[in-house]
Design a protein around this ligand. Structure first.
Ligand SMILES: C[S@@+](CC[C@H](N)C(=O)[O-])C[C@H]1O[C@@H](n2cnc3c(N)ncnc32)[C@H](O)[C@@H]1O
Length: 287
């Protein structure tokens, strides 16, 4: 059998940068990131960690490498193909089902973990969002709790739709129409394919663009991006939230929460969730 190879990046970092760097790698399109430290066979020595990131496409890998060099000058980054020394099996084992109170997110090769839960199947392709990341999980929880309280509206906008996971979950939870946008071309296919695989393609529309490209006012807007994006786009996102409507923001480190909330005059702060050093907040438009 021919050996399978994946475009990869290997990066040596100090321990304190691991969490942010894994986030950045996923943001730039890595489909899996493996961590090798002192406890594993390949290691970079005490206090240093080797991150091996796998990508579905060499173009995405090369772009990720450029972006990392730009944003994290001084990193030791090596681009190479990752040969299949168990990588594909390892790649698959990287994903765990995400099981919440009423929904579970699995990949196509997994069996549902629990019966009686709404199952969402997400193929980890080139776009971010398998539910495994704390920032996604927190928005899923917020959507789920609104569905359980019976206050989920019939329409939602998803800014930074990624794999489509939040849009698909929203529809499965009862939202009738979702508009998703993203600046990444890969996310268009990923969202369309994942929506179809979950039988909700009729309810999820997706476009390439930024928040400024969304028309109308929406009773619910979700945006799992990052503080820098909110600093740039809070005004545009605020405009598409209907009066009395809600925006759920994620992608924030806990210590970025206050700064982010300050970007939304005319909004009242609702609940905050924290998970693994990340925070998500709900804000309600009052003016
Ligand atoms: C962290 S991922 C979230 C994906 C998915 N919604 C989730 O919750 O797992 C952030 C997504 O936002 C997109 N993005 C970043 N900046 C954006 C912007 N200014 N406008 C629209 N999308 C943006 C990225 O391409 C990426 O797909």
């Amino acid at each position: 059998m021919r050996e399978q190879r994946f475009p990869g990046l290997s990066i040596i970092v100090t321990e304190d940068h691991v969490s942010r760097l894994i986030w950045a790698l996923q943001e730039f399109g890595a489909t899996a990131v493996e961590t090798r430290d002192e406890t594993t066979l390949t290691s970079a020595g005490k206090g240093r960690v080797v991150l091996i990131a796998g990508f579905a496409d060499p173009i995405v890998r090369n772009r990720a490498s450029e972006e990392l060099h730009k944003e994290w000058g001084g990193l030791e980054i090596t681009a190479s193909d990752v040969s299949d020394d168990g990588w594909s099996a390892g790649w698959r084992s990287f994903f765990e089902p995400v099981v919440l109170a009423t929904i579970q997110v699995i990949t196509p090769w997994m069996n549902p973990r629990e019966s009686g839960l709404t199952t969402i199947v997400i193929d980890p392709g080139q776009a971010f969002g398998t539910g495994g990341h704390a920032t996604t999980r927190m928005v899923l929880r917020m959507l789920e709790s609104r569905a359980m309280e019976g206050v989920l509206p019939s329409e939602m906008a998803d800014v930074g739709v990624g794999s489509g996971i939040l849009s698909i979950a929203a529809v499965k939870l009862g939202v009738e129409k979702v508009l998703g946008i993203d600046i990444e071309e890969e996310s268009m296919n990923a969202t369309r394919e994942n929506a179809a695989a979950n039988g909700v393609e009729g309810a999820v529309e997706v476009y390439l663009g930024t928040p400024r490209d969304i028309n109308g006012e929406w009773p619910l807007v979700v945006a799992n991006i990052d503080l820098a994006a909110f600093q740039r786009h809070a005004g545009d996102i605020a405009e598409i939230v209907a009066p009395g409507g809600e925006v759920l923001l994620s992608g924030l480190l806990v210590d970025q929460l206050e700064e982010c909330v300050g970007l939304w005059p005319g909004f009242d702060r609702g609940g905050v969730l924290e998970d693994d050093g990340w925070a998500a907040v709900s804000l309600r438009r009052v003016t």
